[in-house]
Design a protein around this ligand. Structure first.
Ligand code: ADP
Ligand code: 5GP
Length: 202
């Protein structure tokens, strides 16, 4: 079990697909014992090397719909044709252990969390250029050209929502991006009371 902190925060990372949020979230958790990633539920099929309960809680549309019906999600959205959602039980589990919770979710999910928890820190991750975004997406080799295109079609609305975020960071050099985010979280921990001890309810 990792070290407990007394200043839990909700830190939401959003970006266009391929912007680097999964890489960044993992690097943050690698750097700080008190950070943990909120594992989302999804109806998307697992990619090669993805594991249930590690990368996502993979489930059928029927199972997902049942959880929606029962009010088990803090937020959920349909993204690129699949459903993705944050389970209240997941966030409660992490907050109960005193973790700062890192969310890797889409822009609409981020805004839902902000509405409910105004002290959540919303960080928009921007790729350095469209060229570099396409290069990173192709290099990742998880999507075929058609699904890459589908993901790129969402860019304008994602960039439009960036203005509602607390921070807008360009993910050029990964190391520098990580340093900037840690600084932001620590700055908030110093100046604000924390969200730990609260549980997510109805
Ligand atoms: P997202 O989760 O936002 O879809 P990923 O974290 O999967 O994005 O990153 C997309 C690809 O870009 C991955 O292959 C990752 O290794 C690479 N990547 C992420 N950040 C950087 C960076 N700062 N410089 C170079 N490559 C990066
Ligand atoms: P991917 O299929 O590349 O893993 O994720 C596609 C998109 O869904 C990304 O923008 C990712 O951040 C978003 N996403 C993942 N989990 C959640 C979630 O729980 N809620 C919302 N709203 N979006 C999510």
């Amino acid at each position: 079990m990792k070290r407990k902190t007394t200043q839990s925060q909700l830190v939401v990372l959003s970006s266009p697909s391929g912007g680097g949020k999964t890489t960044i979230a993992r690097a943050l958790v690698g750097r700080k014992d008190e950070y943990q990633i909120s594992i989302s539920a999804t109806t998307r099929a697992p990619r090669q090397h993805e594991q249930d309960g590690v990368d996502y809680y993979f489930m059928s549309e029927g199972e997902f719909a049942e959880k929606v019906e029962k009010g088990e999600f803090l937020e959920y959205e349909q993204v690129h044709g699949n459903f993705y959602g944050t389970l209240k039980s997941e966030v409660n589990r992490l907050l109960a252990h005193g973790y700062t919770v890192i969310f890797d979710i889409d822009v609409y999910g981020a805004l839902s969390i902000k509405k409910r928890y105004p002290r959540a820190i919303l960080i928009f991750i921007r790729p350095p250029s469209l060229y570099e975004l396409k290069r990173r997406l192709s290099k990742r080799k998880t999507e075929n050209p058609a699904t890459i295109q589908k993901r790129l079609e969402r860019l304008p609305e994602e960039y439009e929502k960036a203005r509602y975020f607390d921070y807008d960071i360009t993910n050029d050099k990964l190391k520098s991006t990580i340093e900037q985010i840690i600084k932001i979280i620590e700055k908030h921990q110093q100046k604000e009371s924390h969200v730990s001890d609260r549980t997510i309810q109805e």
